[in-house]
Ligand binder design. Structure first.
Ligand code: GLU
Length: 417
């Protein structure tokens, strides 16, 4: 994930520097934005099913909380590094600012491979990690949520552990919880749904008819699978290729999201999906489609493959899937990139709605969540689009300009810079 040439935090810092140039920020403000405000590294023991005890390593980074409590997911991944978490925490900061949420940016991670853990081991790791970082988080300080390989059940265990440490229910300490424990309606598909609202707006701008559009989806976890079913139900678009960590499949006549879901459920992979043929994951990225959805990890489109991308629109549901070199190439080619921290902000936006509902002890219905989400995503999309037109910069740089200005304003008003 983060070799020397492709370190996500180096990429995040380059993006901040580019934005600081555009906004003509002074040196101290630039420096304040280039590093996380706080980070915690923890090592903790977990009893494994075979009777042994293993030490695990985890992180929690609060990148910037000028605008409110830090907010951001927790990833469980074997290749997790502190620099990946730093980059993701930075991107969270810009994401919440872009959506104008009263929050800061944070991220957490544990180095582990959930695919090799039993459910009991997963529960013990979740509880041990939250115990280790408990003094660092809290509803008014830092509120974690699900991310890669974590889910509502894990959030429930973490909330329960934190609550028992404090001796009272603390539903507001985590978001993305199950509905039975203070979760918000509409949180499950919020990342994909929010991304598709921005795709709808982008399609209007570039004159793409989504009911005739072809879609390839890279990554088939929470975001990717909901993107497939929503692209069908919201727009009537045709899914022609999908992939997961095991491989990619394609079918020009179209794959139904239901068929893919069945295959994934019975074999844990999209491979051999009925009516499809196997292709390479690289071939999927370069397919002649209208919409390419990136819904896996960072560093997917790079200087090496961006030239061969044929999609008209890129929907970045993952965090950091496109490197700065790829951004330049895609911009020159006229590909409309909906940048990650705009496109995938639906998840944290509904997390914010969950915080509001937890604090007020009053729960909304799903329709209300969808309407409020649509309004915020649509507004953010147009703010970014207008900024990109006004300054002749790509959509990512425009998103940075909008978001970083807001964070800087809060920092200046607080007297930090
Ligand atoms: N992990 C998600 C993200 O990267 C959601 C974060 C949240 O809900 O706090 O945006």
């Amino acid at each position: 994930m983060s070799d020397n040439g492709n370190n996500p935090f180096k990429i995040a810092q380059k993006q901040i520097n580019d934005c600081a140039d555009i906004l003509k920020l002074d040196q101290s403000t630039r420096e304040a934005l280039l590093r996380p405000m706080r980070e915690l590294h923890v090592t903790f023991p977990v009893h494994m099913d075979d009777g042994t005890t293993r030490m695990f390593q985890g992180f929690r980074v609060q990148y910037n909380d000028a605008k409110g409590p830090a907010k951001g997911g927790i990833r469980f991944h074997p290749d997790e590094t502190i620099d990946t978490v730093r980059a993701l925490a930075a991107w969270m900061t810009w994401k919440v600012a872009l959506l104008d949420l009263p929050l800061g940016g944070g991220k957490g991670g544990v180095i582990c491979n959930p695919k090799e853990l039993s459910i009991h081991e997963l529960e013990r790791i979740s509880r041990a990690y939250i115990k280790a970082i408990a003094p660092f988080i809290g509803p008014e300080k830092d509120v974690p949520a699900p991310d890669v390989y974590t889910n509502p059940q894990i959030m429930a265990w973490m909330m329960d552990e934190y609550s028992s440490m404090l001796g009272k229910n603390q539903f507001g300490v985590m978001t993305g919880k199950p509905l039975s424990l203070g979760g918000s309606p509409g949180r499950g598909d919020a990342t994909a749904r929010g991304g598709l609202y921005t795709l709808r707006e982008a399609a209007r701008k570039i004159g793409l008819e989504l009911n005739k559009a072809t879609v390839a989806i890279q990554g088939y976890g929470n975001a990717g699978s909901y993107a497939a079913s929503l692209a069908e139900s919201m727009f009537g678009a045709k899914i022609v290729a999908v992939c997961d960590s095991k491989g990619a499949v394609c079918c020009r006549a179209g794959l139904s999201s239901q068929t893919i879901a069945k295959q994934k459920q019975s074999t844990s992979s999209v491979l051999n999906c009925q009516g499809s043929e196997c292709i390479s994951q690289d071939a999927l990225l370069e397919m002649d489609v209208d919409v390419l959805v990136l819904a896996a990890l960072e560093g997917i489109l790079t200087g090496k493959n961006a030239e061969r991308v044929k999609a008209k629109v890129i929907v970045e549901l993952a965090n950091g899937p496109t490197t700065p070199e790829a951004d330049e190439i895609l911009y020159k080619k006229g590909v409309h990139v909906i940048p990650d921290f705009l496109c995938n902000a639906g998840g944290v936006t509904v997390s914010y709605f969950e915080m509001v509902q937890n604090a007020s002890m009053y729960y909304w219905d799903e329709k209300e969540v969808h309407e409020r989400l649509d309004k915020r995503m649509t507004r953010a999309y147009h703010e970014v689009f207008d900024m990109s037109e006004k300054h002749h910069i790509n959509m990512r740089k425009a998103a940075y300009a909008v978001a970083v200005s807001r964070v800087v304003e809060a920092m200046k008003t607080r007297g930090w810079v």
